[in-house]
Design a protein around this ligand. Structure first.
Ligand code: OOB
Length: 543
């Protein structure tokens, strides 16, 4: 068992197996099963390139053998930093089959995040694309390698320059015959996802084959995916939503076709929907808005689209109500988290629930409770923090013993930090948040991490970041600072943060310079009061 993984207590393991949630199937077998069932069906489409299920399966085996020849072993961590390109899937399946563990970084991550992830995961290899949307990952890899000595290999999809290419790795397959490979134990960690919801240093989420195969299988059923499904990967595939809820893996589980979309702009996505006859995709709320607006001037035929899933942040009811009339497809709201719990609105739910709620839990054994500050359950219908445990919700972050003591209750419930209310139907309405994270339209800004970086700036004496309401993103980030000497400008601070290698979505959208911060009775910065204050003053940038 991977060191630093918090297992479910034996009694729960037995229960989840007995009830058929965990069927001792690995993610590698999921593909194998489909490759036997529908070998000639097209599994992946990326531009003009296509792979059938049999080709994808063989490609994954070949890569697995090549990676083993490179020295990659069971349970070793591999930092995967790929945009939406087809190679992501054969690579991940190869790792699943070896029993090596992909650590899924987001395309927006830069040096600061990647170095942190490399350290926490002690990854032995870093997999990148050559370039994507004008960004050269190889330049990034050079500076990352200087800071993360544990990375022994950089593997590049495309032009590898001084590194090793994915094609070179496949060529090594002959050195390590695939038949020597034993299937990994389904109860072992299969992948490490990134948490969107924590403060301080990034946290990794260990998902086992058992629990993630269930996650994929049950979400594919909740979205009624089948062989006719043509799923467009619009959001980053490294994100849980597009990967397994049901996403690309759910589509493969159902025998459908996964179509890659390099970026989610209507300019790129709409022609693909028309050309590839896309039936379903998943978006975050700001993209839903953008797609709705774009229909006013675009001419593509989107009539193949049957379902649009929206999640990652609260979708406004007015926006939700426009989807069917404007895009001509049904909406499914998805309220999920990389830590596990997923909620879906039902495909047959009445419009009122689809438009106004964020869905209800996927599994009958998702134990949820809504509590007040003292962990006491609130009355039915009242707002409180959602806590959950269940067959696909983790019992602890990877190697984070101390943090886990506050993030989970003594009886193993995950404190989501989401403030929700439950309707008699069991559907949740997400009303707010108690954790210190800014949800920038689906991109989660870890406030403490950014504050720590800003505190290190010589012109910043103190800092507190808060979210301010925003029409498009739901909220934007505002850095409130007390200056040390002459106040810096937002542009100066953001150039500084960018220089440290922080992902662009973490840079504050606004800056407010203050003399002091409001405090709580305990002397801590009162972020609620600060957010209200910032919301009520003009947010003009200081000159
Ligand atoms: C998804 O996962 P994460 O891990 O990036 O973020 C989880 C957090 C939740 O705790 C909640 O605060 C927020 O994102 N969230 C939503 C939401 N979906 C997620 N808030 C309101 N309404 C929603 N529909 O974001 C994620 C993972 C799997 C599927 C979908 C989203």
């Amino acid at each position: 068992m991977l060191n630093g993984f918090v297992d479910w207590p034996a009694k729960f393991t037995a229960r989840y197996r007995e009830l058929g949630y965990w069927r001792s199937e690995t993610l590698g077998q999921l593909l194998r099963t489909q490759a036997w069932a529908t070998p000639t069906q097209v599994a992946l489409v990326d531009g003009e390139r296509r792979w059938t299920y049999r080709e994808l399966d063989e490609h994954a085996d070949c890569l697995a053998a090549g990676l083993r020849a490179l020295g990659i072993e069971r349970q070793q961590r591999i930092l995967v930093h790929l945009p939406n390109i087809a190679e992501f899937l054969p690579l991940c399946f190869a790792l699943f089959r070896i029993g090596a563990i992909p650590v899924l970084a987001l395309p927006a991550h830069r040096e600061s995040e990647i170095v942190d992830l490399a350290h926490i995961s002690e990854s032995v290899a870093y997999v990148i694309a050559d370039t994507h949307l004008g960004f050269d990952y190889r330049t990034l890899a050079r500076s990352v390698c200087e800071k993360a000595a544990n990375l022994q290999h950089v593997v590049v999809v495309g032009d590898a320059q001084e590194f090793v290419s994915l094609t070179d790795i496949e060529a090594r397959a002959v050195e390590a015959p695939a038949n020597e490979m034993a299937e990994p134990d389904p109860h072992e960690v299969a992948l490490l996802l990134l948490s969107g919801g924590t403060t301080g240093s990034p946290k990794l989420i260990p998902r086992t084959h058992d629990d993630y195969v269930y996650n994929v299988r049950a979400s594919a059923a909740a979205a009624a995916l089948d062989r006719a499904t043509r799923y467009l990967v619009s959001l980053p595939i490294a994100h849980n939503f597009a990967l397994g809820c049901p996403g690309a893996l759910g589509t493969l589980y159902a025998g459908g076709t996964v179509v890659f979309c390099g970026d989610p702009s209507p300019d790129t996505a709409f022609p693909l929907i028309e050309k590839e006859k896309i039936t379903v995709t998943a978006l975050i709320p700001p993209l839903v808005l953008l797609w709705l607006e774009a229909t006013e001037w675009t001419t593509e035929d989107l009539s193949s689209l049957q379902w649009l899933q929206a999640g990652g942040a609260r979708l406004k009811a007015e926006t939700a109500a426009r989807i069917e009339p404007v895009l001509g497809c049904r909406l499914q709201q998805v309220y999920g988290m990389a830590e596990g719990l997923l909620n879906f609105t039902g495909l047959d739910d009445p419009d009122d629930l689809v438009v106004n709620t964020q869905g209800r839990p996927l599994a009958a054994d998702d134990e949820v409770r809504i509590v007040d500050r003292d962990d006491t359950e609130v009355n039915e219908g009242e707002i409180g923090e959602l806590q959950v445990r269940g067959p696909y919700t983790i019992r602890g972050y990877y190697r984070a013993e101390e943090y886990n003591r506050q993030a989970f209750t003594a009886d193993g419930f995950y404190r989501t930090g989401d403030l929700v209310r439950r309707l008699p139907s069991g559907h949740f309405v997400v009303e707010g948040r108690s954790k210190d994270v800014i949800n920038r339209g689906g991109d989660k800004v870890p406030v403490e991490e950014v504050e720590n970086h800003l505190l290190a700036h010589p012109a910043v004496r103190d800092v507190a970041m808060v979210g301010v309401p925003d029409e498009t993103l739901g909220e934007r980030s505002c850095a409130c600072i007390i200056a040390s000497g002459a106040a810096p400008t937002l542009a100066e601070l953001n150039a500084y943060l960018g220089g440290l290698g922080l992902a662009a979505f973490k840079l504050p959208d606004r800056l407010v310079v203050l003399d002091h911060f409001p405090t709580t009775r305990l002397g801590k910065v009162n972020k609620q009061a600060l957010a209200e204050h910032v919301g009520s003053v003009s947010l003009e940038l200081p000159t």
